[in-house]
Structures are given as C-alpha cells and as structure tokens.
Design a binder for this molecule. Structure first.
Ligand code: KG4
Ligand code: ZN
Length: 345
C-alpha cells in the first residue's frame, strides 16, 4: 500500500510518500518539506501568509515527492491530507488539493487528524506496537495519552494554559532569540548554567498529569527584567535554566501518567514522545533516562520527523486505509479537532 500525504496545517508545506506492508511495517519513499520563511519578521506565524505560501508551493512539492520515489499517481493506493486541527486557511489548501488529486486519479481520500499523524509516527520509524504511553508536545498541544490502536486514544492529562512549544517560543521572544523559538533556546542552553536561575515547576508532584507553563513563562520575563544589563552569558544561563525546568515538569507528569496507566500499558510499558518539542536533545535524554530507570522502553522518531512533516500524514493515512477508514468528498477542514473525537476502526 503506497500513500501520498500532504501537511499544511501550520507553516510547513510538506508532501511525502510512504509504503505500508501487509505485516504493518513501513518505509519512507519520499519526504519533501518547505519551512516557510515568510513569518520570521513577525515573530510568529501569520495565517494568511501561510495559506498563500501553501498554495504557491504544494503542487511542486507533490511533483518532487513523486520524482524522489520514482512513482506516478497510478502507483498510489490513496491520498491523505491533514484535515485539522490547525490554521483553517492552510488546512483548506491541503485538503482541497488532496480532494482534487483523489478525484482526478480515482483514488481514496483519507482525512488525517494532525495529532494522530504525530501519534503514529513512531510506528513508521520504529514499528512501535500498541499500546503505548504518548507524550505529545508541540507548538499548539501538550498532552499525555494512552494509544491503544488507530483512532483509539485516551487522554490522561494536558496543559491547563500554554502548550510547551509555545512556552519555548515565548521564552525565545522575550530573550530576543528569534523565531521559531524551540531550536534557538536549545542552542543557547547548550553553553548555559542550568542551575543559575531558580524557576518554578508548576503542578509537579501534584496528583493527575496536567501541565502548566504560564507561571514559568512569567518567571522568565521577571528574571530578565531583574537583571541590570543582560549579557549573552545571562541569556545562555536563562535558556538552560528554562529548559531544565521544562524537563523536570515533563518528567514529573510522565511519571504520574505511567502510574495512572498502570497495567493498561501491558507487561512491557513503552513511552513514545512526538511533536516538535520532541526534537529537543536535552528533553529526549531526560525522558530516556526516566524510562531506563523504570524499565520501560523509550521511543522517539528522528528530529526531522518530530517537527511537522508530510510523512506522518502519509503514514497515518496508510494505517487508516489499511483498516478501510477512508473519507468522502464532503469531508470538511476543521480548525479544532481533539484526538479523542476521531473515528476508530
Ligand atoms: O509539531 P510542530 O512542528 O508544529 C505544531 O504542530 O505545533 O511543533 C512546533 C513547536 C514550536 O513551538 C517549536 O518551537 C517547537 O516545536 N520546537 C522545539 C524544538 N524544535 C521545535 N522546542 C524545543 N526544542 C527544539 N529543538
Ligand atoms: Zn505538529
């Protein structure tokens, strides 16, 4: 089964092709991504600019993906596109393109929930078997779920204010480190002292596994204001202290989630992390050692498949297609679409 996947829900325009074999294993055949540069001057994604840039580049990326895989439309088994959640103009561009291609080439259409794309990527890259505990950490989302099967997600907890990627982006903005913030904060943190600034770790140690980041963000702002003159090494220390606080918060919540999930994760518990923030090397190491200490397996896709990409959409599309879960042309784009509301087999 070979599926083309389109991703256009934020500021990455992406097209990729994956193969899913009958035994459930996968292979990435082509992966084209354009990270839009139109937004940097504004310090955040401008939805209208993003949608226009998707229109300008998507057709070319699809042609390049087919070229890279050495395939034509006749070789495909289906066309998948992000149908939400995301910036509605961008989602519309990808979904309407997929509908046009599916109609023209008489192929099944699969509308994919962007979060399900992140959630299932570890099955493409590492063959992760169900069930697993999933920490989904991106620019718009921060939640812990038990993944029991395709379309079968139980939410254990989530953020009560900002998403963790948003906290990285805002921290970078406050410190003048540019956009997107996650990679900039990580780079600065590498040379900083993570123990210099005592920052809060909201909700850690509490029952349940909800997250909160707004108090941390405020503390970063206040710490910066309290410094008389902000040097480059102050910025590095603050980035490192912030990143360490995020690591402690995530670790505390994952511990709580393992306790809540208990036997439902089976005899060999697994943690999968996904979403853009899972590209962070410090956080990957931190959560890996937590898993080693508990005797759990730790699975995280390579960084370029953690941030938004087309492969995750093609793969989730292939998993759904294998179960006969396709969509009609009446399918609508959705700005909001919780993972727990999607159809399952
Ligand atoms: O999954 P993603 O590409 O888009 C969304 O669906 O939101 O995630 C983007 C988020 C941004 O907030 C970005 O700053 C963050 O992931 N991010 C990182 C890193 N790379 C991307 N955060 C921390 N460290 C990184 N290396
Ligand atoms: Zn994403």
């Amino acid at each position: 089964m070979i599926v083309l996947g389109l991703e256009t829900s934020c500021d990455e325009t992406a097209a990729a092709i994956v193969r899913r074999r009958a035994d459930g294993s996968g292979e990435l055949l082509a992966n084209r991504i354009l990270s839009q540069e139109d937004h940097a001057p504004y310090g955040g994604v401008v939805p209208e600019l993003a949608a226009r840039a998707h229109i300008a580049h998507l057709d070319r990326l699809v042609a390049e993906a087919l070229d890279e895989a050495g395939l034509g439309f006749g070789d495909l088994s289906g066309i998948a596109a992000t149908a939400g959640p995301g910036l509605i103009g961008g989602v519309l561009v990808g979904l309407m393109t997929a509908k046009g291609l599916a109609f023209a080439h008489d192929l099944p259409l699969i509308g994919v929930n962007h979060l399900e794309g992140h959630a299932l990527t570890a099955r493409l890259t590492d063959g992760a078997p169900f069930p697993y505990l999933l920490l989904l950490v991106s620019g718009g989302h921060c939640q812990l779920l038990i993944v029991e099967g395709v379309g079968r997600y139980e939410r254990l907890g989530g953020t009560i204010d900002d998403a963790v990627g948003e906290a990285f982006d805002k921290t970078a903005k406050i410190m003048g480190l540019g956009f997107p913030g996650g990679p900039a904060v990580e780079a600065r943190a590498r040379t900083g002292n993570p123990d210099r600034f005592p920052l809060p770790r909201p909700l850690t140690g509490r029952e349940g596994c909800d997250f909160s980041f707004s108090g941390l963000k405020t503390a970063v702002r206040k710490t910066l204001l309290d410094l008389e003159e902000v040097t480059e090494s102050d910025k590095a220390d603050l980035a490192a202290s912030f990143q360490k606080a995020v690591g402690d918060i995530l670790a505390s919540r994952v511990e709580a989630a393992f306790a809540m999930a208990g036997r439902r994760l089976g005899p060999e518990p697994r943690l999968v992390i996904a979403g853009g923030v899972a590209a962070n090397a410090y956080l990957r190491e931190k959560l890996k050692s937590l898993c080693v200490a508990r005797g759990a397996s730790f699975i995280v896709p390579p960084p370029k498949l953690c941030t938004d990409n087309g492969a995750m959409i093609a793969w989730a599309g292939a998993e759904r297609l294998a179960l006969g879960l396709t969509d009609g042309f009446a399918l609508s784009a959705r700005a909001r679409w919780p993972l727990t509301e999607i159809a399952s087999a």
